[in-house]
Design a protein around this ligand. Sequence first.
Ligand code: NA7
Length: 550
Amino acid sequence: MDDRSPISAKATAKTTDFDAIVVGAGFAGMFMLHRLRQQGLKARVFERGSGVGGTWFWNRYPGARCDTESMEYSYQFDDALQQEWNWPERYSAQPEILKYANHVADRYDLRSDLQFNTKVLSATFDESRNCWTIATDDGKRVTARYFIMATGTLSIANKPQFPGVESFKGRVLYTSDWPHEGVDFTGRKVGLIGTGSSGIQSTPHIAAQADHLTVFQRTPNFSVPARNRPLSEEERNTTKARYGELRKFTYEQPFATDFHLNDQSALSVSPEERKRIYEQRWNEHGGLHFMAAFNDLMFNSEANKTVAEFIVDKIHGIVNDPDKAEILAPRNGVVGCKRLCSDTDYFETFNRDNVSLVDVSKQPIESFTANSIKVGGNDYPVDDIVFATGFDAMTGALLGVDIKGRNGQPLREKWSAGPRTYLGLQTVGFPNLFFISGPGSPSVLTNMMVSIDQHVNFISDTIRHLEQSGVALIEPQQPAEDAWVDHVNEVADLTVYPTCNSWYLGSNVPGKTRVFMPYVGFNTYVDKCKDVVAKGYQGFTLVRRAAETA
Ligand code: NA7
């Protein structure tokens, strides 16, 4: 604790409506509520959706599936929960994950403190009372001492504007906000825009049902077969028996997951041996595990070129039409620079007679008409348009709320040139505001469930410490925040991540500042957080409670 600080909180509200307000009832918000309740604190969670699950509540498009293995993509805070839950597949489909989220909400009796269909509009720090005032779209205002944004990293859709879209007469669908009743594409001509994870996962499913599917691709993407399969009871039991060991191991990994890393450089073996290892990874592991074929694929451009060539060859081997294959193959791409996709029969789908591919990299989509999409002077007839155009990632949801800190400073203004945080957890000028999986933390570069576990535990342990030591406010110090932002960038520069345009950099959203947002290296991050606490919350200012007002 920074006891050197002469500042003391002049007045702290004795009675706020709540001890803590949490925004978002996804996996982060639900666990945060559970931890706050365990401390005897009064908390409420506001959620704009009508149910729990966060990203898994909204992203119900056909084929939506997690790219982290089910047995790892689950909570670890209660061994009874992880022993009793049975994941049916190696990678869970969206409905199964949503079922799990609902099970957790019921099992821990969370619903009484979850307020659905409520959007948080603004949050203002009241310096005279040291508390936050939170306004919601039902016209109400509440006060709380702690304000916690558990709004997720992929929650606000990126909706590019195309000329003429308002004149289109068919259905307009977003993968990120899919109708709950499902969509029947039988007999329909469908246009799909976007070939990130959502487009790549939904393409085979839409193609199997629609009369015709036209995929509009701006940037070819790398994708590796997921090798999804049912999990046997024996497999589940084997993992359950060693859950403690597995969870400990993943906490010590840079990506917070067990990728079965081959700890060799791709450049240290012969081309034949390299190909053998890639083949084995492609066939036996698949998915994100593929990138653990060697230890330097994300750190060395020359090593990365070897894996890029391998995948390009695979695409040409799968897709029968060489012209289509050439459009689909990311010739000069860097694998993993945009998040690697994990698919089931994506490239194979382009061998179907009812699927066509339009390259919009050189000639962008010109306009929409009542029943077509125009590119390069050609009209592509469509009855339905599916936008799989991604998200305003990492900061979209945080800046979607009008948050004002000390001196009425808007967070949007403070972050106008990109997000600035200390440890991705807090930002200077906004006391007692916490971000779960915020920019500057490992978040999206990890198994999110592990990152959420670590952040929620850090925040709840911090709040306990504040409560027990008579501290009213916690806020980062400017030099600590500046040094952390520099460090996040320095580490990113050691990797291939900054070498392309991706949502990690915000460069997928027109006008968004290009800054690398997540922190690379979960294990080093965990050590840093422990060290910060061991040194008395080094880099934070903790302001003692001096007087209390009603
Ligand atoms: P992504 O990965 O951001 O993909 C969005 C796709 O939409 C991508 O192919 C974009 O092309 C494309 N896009 C965006 N704007 C346009 C316009 N104006 N014209 C044509 N194409 C466009 O989002 P996803 O939802 O697929 O996946 C997000 C994450 O969710 C994923 O990484 C997993 O972690 C889960 P671009 O590449 O920008 O040229």
